[in-house]
Write a protein that binds this ligand. Structure first.
Ligand code: PLP
Length: 217
């Protein structure tokens, strides 16, 4: 298996329709370096500590995305360098990101994670919660975070129709927010190794692909 070949194949399938985040969680530095050498400069990790350790060892022109559930007490470790946080699921977390971004004299881009799957286990806001959040004064006060879009994970099922419907409903909600609120969201993060082409057909602009590049974990 060649990482470079996998990346080339996936990029060819994506064909410029979405941006590829290579999900590097649990993978050793040598494989990240291989992906970097193949031209991939955008990595997604799901644990802050692992991301911090890897970031220190790799070239500085890599964009680091935090894609996994984030605890407020971990934000400070990555505030100086993280490019995009996909997994914002509470106002409290957004406030902490704002605070740490201010300390680092940065504005940090964030996505609101929306619960679209049937399964109970996935984190995220409901659509109603997001509408309440965006309508509140609390969010406007946050000068050091920029909410640039939404992220969602489809159910882990074989039923393509169900997955497609979940992606479609997230895209509809994304469009609705851009027409009914003063938002101009540009990023819709949906799609992983098993469903990224489906996700792109349904309007994804950013796909998070791990095992299809690096092999199974
Ligand atoms: C692990 C992970 C991915 C990548 O999953 P693959 O199936 O290996 O592509 C994408 N998004 C999130 C949030 C993840 O935790």
């Amino acid at each position: 298996m060649s990482i470079a070949k996998n990346i080339r194949q996936i990029e060819a399938q994506i064909d410029g329709r979405a941006k590829l985040v290579a999900v590097t969680k649990t993978k050793p530095i040598s494989l990240l370096q291989e992906a970097y050498d193949a031209g991939c400069k955008c990595f997604g990790e799901n644990k802050v500590q692992e991301m911090v350790e890897k970031q220190a060892l790799l070239p500085t022109d890599i964009e680091w995305h935090l894609i996994g559930h984030l605890q407020t007490n971990k934000v400070k470790y990555m505030a100086s360098f993280v490019s995009l946080i996909h997994s914002v699921d509470s106002l409290k977390l957004l406030q902490e990101i704002n605070k740490q971004a201010a300390k680092a004299e940065r504005v940090i881009d964030c996505l609101l994670q929306i619960h679209i799957a049937q399964e109970e286990t996935k984190f995220g806001f409901s659509e109603t919660e997001v509408e309440t959040l965006l309508g509140s004064d609390e969010v406007e006060k946050l000068a050091n975070v920029r909410i640039v879009g939404l992220m969602g994970m489809a159910s882990n099922v074989a039923d393509e129709l169900q997955i497609r419907h979940e992606f479609r409903s997230l895209k509809l909600f994304f469009d609705k927010l851009n027409t009914s609120y003063a938002t101009s969201f540009t990023i819709l993060s949906m799609g992983m190794s098993g469903d990224y082409l489906l996700a792109i057909e349904e309007g994804s602009t950013l796909v998070r692909v791990g095992s299809a590049i690096f092999g199974s974990r």
